[in-house]
Design a protein around this ligand. Structure first.
Ligand code: EPZ
Length: 460
């Protein structure tokens, strides 16, 4: 049977069959970070010259971001994991709603466009499977920098008034350390007139990567990775050749794959400092994690997996993007675990599908009480969002019998050929072209993924 693996630029209705209980072994290569690539691509809008971005993962979301930038007049060319971007000529033309509404990261482009052109019109990113995803922190910060921002008919209209239509430095306090708001405002501030301080800023590694990307173009940014970021505006940025960080969430997902199948595997490249909370929890569950080479980690499973409580928090707390994957692991750990999702209001939708596989999970508000069971059993399941789909794959690897997963467009948004990488580690799985009605009928498609059906590659 031909491997119908969907390339990220094209969505298809493939289905993933997993035959569980195989032990994994070997080494897996970690791709570039999705959440760094997306925001660095937006950051390239700040530069009126050529930018080369390396280690860009081949993902549906990256393809979609490329489409959005092309629609704004940016020239983009993809060669393997290298993106060559030129944003010399960007227009105020509005990014197409049907794309922006399905890729939250595209909204972050409002900062660079406003900083470059003094005007921007970006559709409000819709809500998605995991929450309402408001943007008031972004808007409030831009207003503090002198932008007039109005939201009409689902479009954010932002204009910079004043003599040279240039944003001005401001002191901004974020009520919540929002990753996107920190990134939007940091990008806007690089070209503003004067100094901007962002207090209670997000500290995620992807924020630091964006800051380093902007600094490589000549931006003056201090404090990225701490709660207070200070940006001194400069008149213009220059071209750069920049390589983004490896994906800490993909790395964490593979570490959990080792733990849930009780396998010893290694992975690289990885920045272990970015995974402190994840490694601490895996060690609490009973695994050994060793750094057996530079930028490489190895997981050695414990005698058994011990129940452990998890609470998601802004970085450096436990990452919400790893919550679903750990829930899959904890379903077959010994004892009761309480998982509290404090970052998003609706990110426990994988509970129902895991329970269909024999898990014993009860939800109370934003807490999931996971009672460990000896074994999961394979079943047909449907993915609801990106990280939930990864959790179902992990559960399928550990389950007795066969698991069939639909809704793989979610997986392709954030994981580069996850099935192929797992096959190379010895997992028994196969991705088969499904019939369109097979998937459409059953999959509740959330905004963030619908475009995967219409995603054409802009990054040829
Ligand atoms: C980024 O989303 C990531 N996406 C998410 O990854 C990640 O889960 C999230 O940060 C938290 O780490 C990208 O980087 C493209 P937030 P973002 O603003 O920026 C609320 C994945 O799976 N909020 O830190 O949208 C918001 O509703 C994705 O890879 C406001 O209330 O996250 C949420 O509850 C999923 N008002 C919380 O803050 C605002 O103005 C965290 O959101 C902005 C956010």
């Amino acid at each position: 049977m031909k491997d119908n693996h969907a390339s990220p630029e094209k969505a298809d209705n493939s289905i993933l069959h997993i035959w569980g209980r195989s032990t994994l072994q070997g080494h897996v290569k970690i791709s570039g970070a999705k959440n760094a690539a997306l925001v660095v691509m937006a950051g390239a809008l700040l530069c009126p010259e050529d930018c080369r971005i390396r280690n860009v993962p081949l993902l549906a979301d990256v393809a979609r971001m490329g489409q959005i930038l092309s629609a704004l007049g940016v020239k983009i060319e993809r060669n393997g994991d290298i993106l060559d971007v030129n944003a010399t000529e960007i227009g105020q033309s509005q990014a197409p709603y049907e794309l922006v509404s399905q890729l939250r990261a595209s909204f972050f482009a409002i900062g660079p466009i406003l900083a470059r052109l003094g005007a921007a019109q970006i559709p409000l990113p819709g809500g998605c499977a995991i929450g309402a995803r408001p943007v008031e922190l972004h808007v409030r910060g831009l207003r503090a920098m002198g932008a007039d921002v109005q939201i009409e008919h689902g479009i954010v209209h932002a204009y910079v008034t004043g003599p040279n239509r240039r944003l001005k430095g401001a002191k901004i306090y974020l009520d919540y350390p929002s990753v996107g708001a920190t990134e939007t405002l940091m990008m806007a501030a690089t070209l503003a007139d004067g100094e901007t301080t962002i207090d209670n800023a997000a500290q995620e590694p992807e924020v630091v990567d964006l800051a380093n990307f902007c600094r490589s173009m000549g931006a003056k940014i201090q404090g990225a990775g701490t709660k207070t970021i200070v940006i001194s505006g400069v008149p213009k940025l220059h071209s750069t050749d920049y390589s983004i960080i490896p994906d800490r969430i993909e790395a964490g997902t593979f570490l959990v794959a080792g733990a849930i199948t009780r396998s010893e595997i290694s992975l690289s490249p990885v920045i272990s400092d970015d995974l402190t909370a994840v490694m601490a929890k895996l060690r609490a569950i009973g695994a050994k994690i060793i750094a057996d080479a530079p930028y490489q980690l190895r997981i050695i499973p414990g005698e058994s997996n011990i129940a452990t409580d998890i609470e998601t928090l802004p970085y450096p707390g436990f990452p919400t993007d790893m919550q679903a994957q750990f829930m899959a692991l904890l379903t077959i750990s010994e004892g009761d675990s309480v998982i509290s999702e404090t970052v998003f209001e609706n990110r426990l939708r994988h509970v129902a599908e895991l329970n269909r596989m024999g898990a014993d999970i009860r939800v109370k508000g934003n807490h999931a009480i996971v009672r460990g069971v000896p074994m999961l059993s394979g079943a047909p399941v449907v993915a609801t969002d990106l990280r939930a789909s990864a959790a179902l794959v992990l559960a399928g690897l550990a389950a007795e019998g066969k698991t069939t997963i639909q809704g793989l467009q979610h997986l392709d948004r954030g994981y580069e050929r996850l099935d192929v990488k797992l096959q190379q580690l010895g997992a028994k799985l196969q991705r088969i072209q499904g019939e369109p009605e097979d998937v459409e009928a059953n999959v509740e498609v959330d905004n963030e993924s619908a475009a995967s059906k219409s995603t054409e590659s802009a990054l040829k």
